[in-house]
Design a protein around this ligand. Structure first.
Ligand code: 0WD
Length: 259
């Protein structure tokens, strides 16, 4: 029997088969969980998302269009989820966005207000909005997971406004964990090492980051998506019932080294 047998929930953020959310969905499916998948609306996007999920062997996936900047879309996701599952046990927030013009070394200081607000809205505020709605359909408690990166703590060339967003996201995880704990809802972040996805390719200088991690991390390599998936399983399963408000690094140990 799988570690997540009988559990059901939402996985936000599959864009294609490389998405971290896709690795998480695969690991959840392997452990017996049932997932529904909100995705960024658009015909082309839907085709890619469907293909990625069907590639996991999940036929007829529950796809729910949702632009995380729109409250009405988030409301619709919860309504559809209630119809489908009645209640849920987990929610994975694996979405982020920033205008790539400003994700280049030397461009942080140029970040316009609009790009800043958009990055923080999609990458951070959406977690608060999702948690507010999800708690209504988590009567038995549950687990919420957000994806973050070390650029929240240290200045990583090119990560720029996204680093600011991740710092805010990590603080948001702690405040949500503190407030929702009495409802039995745990909220944690997973800080993944770099992975080649649509989002990470937008970060100028990403190839140098991969090379550096492979040379300098304690494990002397980059991580694999499946390793994030396994940690997400841990955070949703009963193996982690005493864990909330944490930021768990899955980064081959890179964050512990000084040089
Ligand atoms: O190295 C990496 N890839 C790392 C990613 C290291 C550590 C953390 N992360 C984080 C990202 O910051 C993000 O929070 O993991 C999360 C998932 O990112 P990903 O899997 O690397 O990227 P991707 O496959 O592009 O998925 C992110 C998706 C979007 O993709 P695109 O490429 O279409 O922008 O977030 C979704 C969208 O599917 N997204 C939205 N969803 C709903 N509403 C929105 C939106 N407004 N904007 C973006």
């Amino acid at each position: 029997m799988g570690l997540l047998e009988g559990r059901k929930g939402l996985v936000f953020g599959i864009a294609n088969d490389r998405s971290i959310a896709c690795h998480i969905a695969r690991a959840f499916d392997d452990e017996g969980a049932a997932c529904a998948f909100p995705y960024l609306p658009g015909e082309k996007n839907e085709r890619r998302v469907r293909k990625a999920i069907e590639g996991l062997g999940i036929t007829n996936p529950d796809l729910i269009p949702c632009d995380a900047q729109k409250d009405e879309d988030l409301d619709a996701v919860i309504a559809a989820t209630k119809r489908r599952f009645d209640s849920i046990d987990f929610l994975v927030h694996s979405i982020a966005f920033a205008d790539r013009t400003y994700l280049k070394p030397g461009m942080f200081v140029q970040t316009p207000r609009e790009a800043f607000l958009q990055a923080l809205d999609i990458s951070v505020y959406s977690l608060i909005a999702m948690a507010k709605l999800a708690k209504e359909i988590m009567p038995n408690g549950g687990s919420i997971i957000a994806m973050t990166y070390y650029g929240s703590e240290k200045a990583i060339p090119g990560y720029n406004v996204m680093g600011v967003a991740k710092a805010a996201l990590e603080a948001t995880v702690r405040y949500l964990a503190a407030e929702l704990g009495e409802k039995g809802i745990r909220v944690n972040a997973v800080s993944a090492g770099p992975l080649r996805t649509l989002s990470s390719m937008a970060v100028g200088g990403i190839d140098e980051i991969f090379d550096w991690v492979a040379r300098k991390s304690p494990l002397r390599r980059n991580i694999e998506g499946g390793e994030v998936g396994k940690t997400a399983v841990y955070l949703v399963s009963d193996l982690s019932t005493g864990v909330t408000g944490e930021n768990i690094f899955v980064d081959a140990g890179y964050n512990i080294v000084g040089l």
